[in-house]
Write a new protein. Structure first.
Length: 451
């Protein structure tokens, strides 16, 4: 069994993928054509007869006719190997940058993964790619996590050729009479990765001919050291990071070093390429806002912002997106019963005298109320201009906007806040507080709850 074929066979067995559906990122270049050809041979082995491989080609739409010719080469090759071919052409509106291209490409792979109900996505990153990635991160500034290099497995993305050198791949293609695409943009040193591969690494090889081996060894050492750190960090992480948010209470008591480490992981989970300087800026932003009732936002990427205050640290959409997603639904509340509002159910029932009640916190989505001073129907909706509230415990009324400010409700949560109203008078801002107009003075008449 040929060297690369054996490595991929062992890889499939390692992750129990012998009879799974695998999407292969297929540009038609040396690396991906080698991988697809290897998989076509493996599929003919008795042990892998149920292996299903789909070739997924993403046309970045940067090079016109040349890119279309390469797409056709990929289609013909996949067809000749008896594999399904899945392709998509990028919109002309996508920026022509390495990072934007990468994001669009991985979104395409994710679509293919869903389309075919696949078990894995294979990309053809190799030994040399890992060395280049490591060097690129060192130059930009990175920590021990970045020094691990390219992950062999990340979620359902796998890299079976990471231990295979580019020279081995070229030899395989020549020995098997393969004719890979030759992407002309790979020679353009305006792209940083190309400049590293074509100019920087050859210069470093004059100092150390085995510089790629040295970089890959550093990657292995970093992975090992990171495993040790992970063993101690896991219980801390479980307390701090949850549901895409950072818990300010648990975060606040950590040392700066641990905070920086967790922030790096948090940003990586968003698939953003951030260096040490940017992570430091995020750390400083959070430190400035973590004790503030009314927090602030920091832009991380297009349509992606970080929000931080004393209660929450989370990712939010851009203001424009936030406005576009306002729920304009209005539900008339005619009396006791259950009412569907978006994904939530609003429940109103009469209070039973035998119930023992204890007033819940104002932030609860459950409340005892006195409706003797208001008449049905009421309205369940989100906020509008002109809304006012008479806060429980205070005299007079105030604008809802001022009330939400005083309660420290983040701006990005205000448009989706559920309100129980009588015309423009807010009676209950769910999870925020009650109006004095339905507050209980003696005994409740009703119980309201959002589930």
């Amino acid at each position: 069994m040929q060297g690369i074929v054996k490595k991929v066979v062992d890889f499939l067995k390692k992750y129990s993928l012998q009879d799974k559906t695998i999407i292969v990122g297929f540009s038609g270049g040396f690396d991906s054509m080698c991988l697809l050809d290897v998989l076509s041979k493996i599929k003919n082995m008795p042990e892998f007869i149920d292996l299903n491989v789909v070739a997924a080609h993403y046309n970045h739409n940067w090079r016109g006719e040349e890119a279309l010719r390469e797409q056709e080469v990929c289609r013909i090759f996949a067809s000749a190997k008896g594999m399904e071919f899945y392709t998509q052409t990028a919109s002309k509106n996508i920026k022509k940058t390495e990072n934007d291209a990468r994001i669009a490409r991985y979104e395409f792979f994710e679509e293919a993964y869903e389309e075919y109900d696949a078990d894995a996505v294979f990309t053809a990153h190799n030994y040399d790619d890992n060395a280049e990635t490591l060097l690129y991160r060192i130059i930009k500034g990175t920590g021990i996590v970045g020094l691990k290099g390219i992950s062999e497995k990340r979620g359902y993305f796998y890299r079976p050729l990471l231990t295979v050198k580019r020279a081995e791949i070229i030899d395989y293609c020549n020995e098997n009479n393969l004719a890979p695409n030759n992407d002309s943009s790979n020679a353009n040193i305006a792209y940083k990765r190309n400049y590293l591969r074509l100019n920087v690494i050859p210069s470093l090889e004059k100092i150390n001919p085995l510089v790629k081996d040295a970089l890959n060894t550093l990657s292995s050492i970093a992975k090992s050291d990171n495993d040790i750190i992970e063993e101690y960090l896991t219980p801390i992480r479980d307390k701090v990071l949850s549901d895409g948010k950072i818990n300010p209470i648990e975060y606040r008591i950590l040392s700066k070093s641990v905070k920086m480490r967790l922030l790096h992981e948090f940003i990586q989970s968003l698939d953003l390429d951030y260096d040490y300087k940017k992570i430091t800026e995020i750390y400083e932003f959070i430190e400035e806002n973590i004790n503030q009732r009314n927090g602030s936002t920091k832009s991380l990427a297009t349509a992606l912002w970080l929000y931080a205050d004393e209660k929450t640290i989370e990712i939010i959409p851009s203001r424009k997106q936030e406005t576009e997603t306002v729920n304009n639904t209005e539900i008339e509340i005619s009396g006791e019963g259950e009412y569907q509002f978006g994904e939530n159910t609003f429940v109103i029932r009469k209070y039973e005298d035998k119930e023992l009640f204890v007033f819940p916190e104002s932030t609860s989505k459950f409340a005892y109320v006195d409706f003797s001073r208001v008449k049905f129907p009421l309205l369940l909706r989100t906020r509008k201009d002109g809304d006012v509230i008479s806060p429980f415990g205070m005299s007079g009324s105030m604008k809802l906007k001022k009330y939400l400010n005083s309660k420290g409700v983040p701006r990005h949560n205000r448009n989706t806040l559920m309100l129980l109203c009588k015309e423009d008078e807010v009676l209950w801002a769910v999870g925020v507080g009650l109006s004095s107009k339905i507050a209980v003075k003696d005994k409740p008449t009703h119980v309201v709850e959002v589930i």
